[in-house]
Design a protein around this ligand. Structure first.
Ligand code: E4P
Length: 223
């Protein structure tokens, strides 16, 4: 399963990209609005930092407006992915844009049937929202499982991008359910790597090394 960062913040993107495990970025209008920067310039800068897919969402709500914005966004960088909501207008736009070779991430997916529609419209990614379903007492991870199974049974090529990830357990569940990608906020990436026993182990190894440092020599010889 690939790992995407769900943010438009350049500092967060640079930090996680440096780990060498970042496969792509998702943004949405709420995340972009927090950065108070020109949308196009921001997306282009993100696309330069991260060579993988970078999703940028249309703002229009009518099919023609979405298609126009989608065509424009697609010109911003070779790795940009147009994001459109799972509405009738979004499906129409996805169908037109995908036939033109433009990759679309169909977002705000909350049911298996919505995911089926996105796939039939030619979506490159479909983004089921795990956390927002959990928030209303429905099982978001179960939805990922159902969509992944359905796409496998019917050989649908659309990739399942688990979104609205709220904790590290969601990431594990998405991977085990067969999601192709999980996109998560910066905070969750930090939680994934962190373990108190890792920190304690590093600390004790270093303390033992330092006690013996006169006899063990140096890993890299001083010049
Ligand atoms: C995905 O593409 C969305 O940007 C995101 O995952 C939404 O997450 P939220 O429900 O935590 O806002």
């Amino acid at each position: 399963m690939q790992l995407f960062l769900d943010t438009a913040n350049l500092d967060e993107i640079r930090e996680i990209a440096a780990w060498g495990v970042l496969d792509g970025i998702t943004t949405n209008p709420s995340l972009v609005s927090k950065e108070k920067q020109d949308f196009k310039k921001l997306v282009q800068e993100i696309c330069q930092i991260v060579p993988g897919p970078v999703s940028a969402e249309v703002i229009a709500t009518d099919p023609q407006g979405m298609i126009k914005e989608g065509r424009e966004i697609a010109k911003w960088a070779p790795n940009v992915i147009v994001k459109a909501p799972l509405t009738p207008a979004g499906l129409q736009a996805t169908s037109v844009l995908s036939k033109e070779g433009i990759k679309v991430n169909v977002t705000l997916c909350f049911s298996t049937n919505q995911a089926l529609l996105a796939a039939r419209a030619g979506a490159y990614f479909v983004s089921p929202f795990v956390g927002r379903l959990d928030d209303i007492n429905q099982d978001g991870s179960q939805l990922i499982q159902e969509i992944a199974d359905m796409f496998a049974i019917h050989d649908l090529e659309t990739k399942v991008l688990a979104a609205s990830i709220r904790n590290p357990v969601h990431v594990t569940q998405a991977a085990l359910a067969g999601a192709d990608i999980a996109t998560m906020p910066y905070k969750i990436f930090k939680q994934l790597v962190s373990h108190p026993l890792t920190d304690k182990g590093v600390e004790s190894f270093l303390a033992d090394w330092n006690k013996a440092k006169d006899s063990v020599g140096a890993v890299v010889a001083a010049k």
